[in-house]
Design a protein around this ligand. Structure first.
Ligand code: ADP
Ligand code: MG
Length: 566
């Protein structure tokens, strides 16, 4: 292998040449502490930056095995190292000067969630570490300024690696705390299953965020405090006893006046499918990891989804057992979202009245009297919510500020009162008894059929596929946009990017018209488990920044992809 001095010489030799001469530097170079790989060189100083990776041997990185001996702990350590490295390089970005993106040093920007990312990968078998980053190779105009790249690669980067990626330079206590928090979070997840709970929110948690556009904890917020009746104490392996609210399985209703913190509570539960970093305020807010936020989503496409448990006998005669539309209504979109969440294996639905189609949620007494059942294609969610739990084991947590009808079907009723939850189950049931509703006793719905076998769209069979990331909100494949705006538990643009790669990978390798969607998703998951996220892409031009989405979001993306034939 070439060494660092070879690289220095090669860079000096191309100084002042025209930009494409940088391409000759592709390859691996042995530096004292690591191997530097120049994986992809940008075409010009204004193009997407070049891709460079740093490979540190297990012996040099030297992280003790107890920091990464489970998948979750490994992801937490990778996340921690990535944040340390990002902080280390930030002051050096654009320190080297030039035109366009010259001097840029870039890596993933982590939010509050701890996600598996391609930017930092620790190999569990030998403890070696890979950092994938981007560097804007410097130029003046289009003339190579290789002295500037030499500064980056020889003066800036080695120090950043040294101080942020080697165990001996890091604070061992801080590293251990990352693993300890992760163990505690996983212990809460295990406790949910043992104790028959859908979620746990520790007393003292900070649920609200700073602003609508900042995910940092709100300062001076009212800390969470559990109602006495739902308080449980979990004995966590590292933190010891932690008390908080355990939300039981079944149907849970969150009511309360406007602005009392209902949606904030539900949002914390939505995000609780992920582990959060220390200091977030929601470190000990843990939700059933299969939970799916359900909302209405006007205009989405639906492909042969069996929504007949909610919608039947449409006036246009459309078959609702294999419902297809390019432009769903509020109620049909929400029905499809429920059924698709079932297909994705959820055991908890999270619904906020604020973002629901009213006619999907309830039908009031007067309306029922006036418009006979036979004339109404919609069986509202309230008529199915108990059945979902009793026949299919799917719990629901629902925010309802304005409809009392759900009092009749809820097992647990919480009132948010100035950001403090009160257990009003007994009182609400008593009041509800005085207001009987004619509960329609329906025959149990057939389990929706999940036999759809997707095939790639015809125009996809060519070899050039254009994949474009549209940030968190979507991805475009061969000019077909997949709109992920309302897939609310998708948290990061890198997750959306990974979904794009997953769609391409599935179309190229997994769809043959005989495998069902569930089988295809299972194969993708197995591949990600075995070969890592980077296996989603060819990797000819370096590894792109990707973060791992959940199974539920993989399903959601397939289901919103108009280019597929299902
Ligand atoms: P609701 O859904 O009941 O109308 P929201 O959850 O939207 O209420 O909360 C209303 C406002 O109160 C939001 O601006 C939110 O940030 C703030 N808020 C929520 N929970 C708390 C809390 N625990 N402490 C302080 N402010 C909070
Ligand atoms: Mg609200």
């Amino acid at each position: 292998m070439k060494n660092a001095e070879d690289l220095r010489r090669a860079l000096r030799a191309i100084d002042h040449k025209s930009y494409p001469a940088y391409k000759s530097t592709r390859g691996d170079y042995q530096f004292p502490r690591y191997t530097l790989s120049i994986d992809h060189v940008q075409g010009d100083p204004f193009a997407a930056p070049s891709r460079v990776s740093v490979h540190i041997s297990g012996k040099t990185a030297a992280f003790p095995a107890f920091l990464y001996d489970t998948y979750e702990k490994r992801v937490a350590l990778q996340d921690y190292l990535l944040r340390q490295f990002a902080r280390a390089i930030a002051p050096y970005s654009f320190r080297a000067k030039g035109s366009g993106k010259s001097g840029l040093l870039g890596i993933s920007r982590c939010g509050q969630e701890i996600l598996e990312r391609t930017a930092c990968v620790l190999n569990a078998s030998d403890g070696s570490l890979i950092i994938n980053m981007e560097i804007g190779f410097p130029a003046n105009g289009r003339t190579i300024a290789s002295q500037e790249l030499i500064r980056i690669l020889f003066d800036f980067l080695p120090g950043c690696v040294e101080k942020s990626l080697l165990y001996r330079s890091l604070d061992p206590k801080a590293c251990a705390n990352v693993a300890r928090l992760c163990e505690d979070q996983q212990a809460i997840r295990a406790a949910l299953k043992e104790k028959g709970l859908t979620a746990f929110i520790a007393d003292g948690s900070i649920l609200p965020r700073e602003t609508g556009v900042s995910d940092l904890p709100m300062k001076h917020a009212v800390p969470f405090i559990s109602p006495e009746s739902l308080r449980i104490t979990l004995d966590l392996p590292n933190r010891g006893p932690v008390s908080g609210m355990g939300i039981p399985l079944g149907v849970t209703l969150i009511v309360g006046g406007g602005f009392h913190g209902k949606s904030t509570l539900l949002q914390a539960l939505e995000r609780g499918v992920y582990n959060h970093i220390a200091g977030d305020g929601r470190e000990y807010v843990i939700t059933d990891e299969s939970a799916v936020k359900i909302r209405s989503e006007d205009g989405r496409s639906i492909r042969r989804t069996d929504i007949s448990m909610f919608i039947n006998d449409l006036p246009n005669g459309k078959n609702t057992a294999a419902f297809t539309t390019e432009d769903a209504s509020g109620s049909t979109s929400q029905a499809a979202n429920v059924v698709e969440a079932m297909e994705a294996g959820t055991s908890l639905l999270l619904i906020d009245e604020d973002t629901s189609a009213t006619n999907f949620m309830v039908r009031d007494e007067l309306m029922q009297r006036l418009i006979h059942r036979d004339m109404e294609p919609i069986t509202p969610f309230i008529d199915r919510v108990r059945e979902l739990y009793e026949a299919h084991g799917i719990s629901t947590i629902l925010v309802a500020g304005s409809s009392g009808a759900y009092f009749h079907v809820a097992d647990t009723i919480l009132q948010m009162d100035r950001y403090v939850p009160k257990d009003i189950t007994a009182l609400a049931k008593q009041e509800a008894a005085a207001f009987p509703i004619s509960v329609t006793s329906l025959p149990t719905a057939l389990l929706p059929s999940f036999k759809r076998c997707p095939t790639p769209s015809p125009e996809f069979r060519g070899d050039r596929i254009k994949l474009k990331s549209l940030g968190r909100d979507g991805v475009s494949i061969n000019r077909e946009t997949i709109d992920l705006r309302y897939v609310e538990q998708l948290r990061d643009r890198e997750q959306s990017a990974a979904l794009g790669y997953a769609m391409v990978c599935a179309q190229q390798h997994l769809m043959d018209g005989r495998h069902t969607l569930s089988q295809i998703v299972a194969e993708l998951e197995a591949m990600l488990d075995e070969k890592g996220l980077e296996s989603l892409c060819g990797g000819h031009s370096g590894v792109p920044f990707l973060a791992r989405p959940r199974t539920q979001e993989l399903f959601a993306c397939f289901n919103r992809y108009r280019g597929l034939q299902l």
